[in-house]
Structures are given as C-alpha cells and as structure tokens.
Unconditional design. Structure first.
Length: 329
C-alpha cells in the first residue's frame, strides 16, 4: 500500500507539470522515496531470514536520508526564494560518507552514531519547522489579504512528522509488524497531505512572483496628505473588495511605496495588512447581514472574501459569533 501510495503521489507531482522549484523538488522527493521503497520491497521478498537481518542496517541508512530531504521541502515551502544547493551537497556528502564507511567496516558504532545524529537532526527540523511557519505566515499577513495564501496547515504536517519519527524509532529498535504497519500508514497520510498542499501552494508562489514584479513598478511617496488618500481608497474606493488584494496594489493605489504602507499599518495602526483589510470586509458584511436577506455566499463575495469558508472563519474569529447568529441577533 505504501509503495502504491508513493507511486500515485509521484505520478501526481509529475502530472502537475513542475512549473516551479517547489513542485520540481517535491517530484524528485517522491521519486526518491519510491526508489527506497522498491529497494526495501525487494529485500522483503528475498527468501531467508538471514538476508533480511543483514539488510536491515542498509535499508535504515536509506530511510535516514529522508530526514534531510524533508528539511529541504520545509525550507522551500517557508523560504521560496532561498537557494539550497550548498545545503543539499553537504547533507549528501555526510550521509554518503557514513554509508560507505559502514559498508567498508561493518561497524555497528558507525550505524548507531548515524542513527542518533539523525534523530537529533530530526528534532532540530521540528523546532525549525514550527518557527519557520510562524515567521513566513507573519510575512504573508503583512503582504496579502487572502487567507488561502497560508502555511498554517504545515503545523499539522510537522506534528505528523514527529509522530512518524517516533514510530520509525520504535520500529527500528523493536522489530514489530504492528509498528511497521502504523509507520507505513502514517507515511501514506503524510505524503498524501504534503502533495495536496504543494498543489495548493501554487497560488501562493504565483502571488509572490507577481508581488516581486509589481514592486518594481512602485513609485516614490508623493507630496500630498498620505492619511487622507489612505482613508479614501478604503472608505470611498472600497479597495478591500478585491479578494486578492496585496500590499503592493494598495501602495500603488495610494501613490506611495510598499515599505511606507507597511510601516504605517504596523506602527501607526498597530495591526497587520491582513487584519486591517479583513476588518473592512467584516464591517461591510455586518451591514449586509443587518440590512439584506442575501445568502451568506453572496455576502461573502460582496464583502471581498474569496470564499464562504474564509468569510465564516474570519467573521467568527473577529466578532465572536457566526454570521448566521449575528443576523438573527
């Protein structure tokens, strides 16, 4: 089942078209996992318990190389513009050296040392993943008003990764069919979620690229009252009704630059771009809920939200009650 799941995910990432670095990396990652599973499956079907016992450390070495691969995916998700060739090369050299050293010497110390260091490495990735997701989401909130452009889902992946690591350790030290089954099942879930959200993050990558292109078109701060123009684009022009509004588009509408707008919102208004824009959307939604009988989906659209689910989630978070309950009140 695990091999079949990996095959499906690999084909899915190939079919996606590999239009950006994240998709290319995910396809290579899935292909690499598939090759490891094929090797392990070959050992599994080899006759004789002696061969299976001898092959265990070798297959463990193969599985340990998945740890840095997971780190590369995490870095690519949270820092899309960062180059990683040097990091990939260093990890490849370290694991390849350890593997060759084990094959030459057959030393259990080499195997156990590599295993312990891999566990420590994995724990470091968990810590890094938590803070990287927090940092990148703060960056997205300062640039975009679209809730769909978010990596909060990655926190659940990090939790699954921690569970997988624990089960893998138990399965490695205590050979058990139950543990092996649980480990394979969680791997199937984890890989499926990873591929699904890499599919979803294409919108985020496009938005980041467009943001970079738009930022080059920005002008300098013009000599007029900034705050007056800033209020006008929200109160009269209702720029917040654009569900894909980003901070560069706002700065161009106001006639200033991204940095000035960002500093004003963060330091003067004491909020984020995401929170400020959605506050206006909630304000309009409250008016429509109170004065019309429009369906919630129409209210979400006419308030600038990109989906009904986003509208319900943010409205409830902001008002402490659901849109339906607010309308009844």
């Amino acid at each position: 089942m695990l091999v079949m799941a990996q095959l499906v995910c690999t084909v899915a990432m190939y079919y996606k078209g590999q239009r950006n670095d994240l998709q290319k990396m995910m396809f290579r990652f899935m292909l690499y996992l598939l090759l490891i599973s094929v090797v392990e499956l070959s050992f599994f079907y080899m006759s004789g318990q002696q061969m299976s016992a001898l092959s265990a450390p070798e297959t463990d070495f193969l599985e340990m190389t998945v740890v840095p691969c997971a780190l590369f995916i995490l870095i690519r998700l949270t820092t899309p513009r960062q180059k990683m060739l040097r990091l990939i090369a260093v990890n490849a050299v370290v694991y390849l050296t350890a593997f060759i050293l084990y094959l030459v010497t057959g030393s259990a110390i080499v195997y156990q040392t590599t295993l312990v260091l891999t566990v420590i490495y994995s724990l470091g990735i968990l810590v890094y993943g938590y803070f990287a997701v927090e940092r990148f989401n703060r960056q997205l909130e300062s640039d975009f008003s679209d809730e769909e452009l978010s990596l909060y889902w990655l926190k659940y992946i990090v939790c699954l990764y921690a569970g997988m690591l624990l089960l893998w350790l138990v399965d490695t030290f205590y050979n058990s069919e139950i543990m092996a089954t649980l480990y394979n099942f969680i791997m199937i879930v984890l890989l499926g979620l990873f591929c699904y959200f890499v599919y979803r993050q294409e919108d985020m990558l496009k938005a980041l690229d467009n943001l970079d292109k738009e930022e080059k078109k920005e002008g300098c701060v013009k000599a007029y009252e900034f705050e007056g123009r800033f209020r006008k684009v929200f109160e009269e022009e209702k720029i917040y009704l654009n569900p894909k509004l980003n901070i560069v588009e706002l700065s161009m509408a106001v006639g200033t630059n991204r940095t000035y707008i960002s500093n004003y919102i963060n330091q003067q208004l004491h909020t984020t771009f995401y929170e400020y824009v959605n506050k206006w959307r909630v304000k309009r939604a409250k008016k429509l809920l109170s004065s019309t009988s429009l369906p919630l989906e129409d209210i979400a659209t006419q308030s600038g939200f990109n989906s009904l689910s986003s509208f319900r989630r943010y409205f409830t978070k902001s008002m402490g009650t659901t849109p339906q309950a607010f309308r009844k009140e």
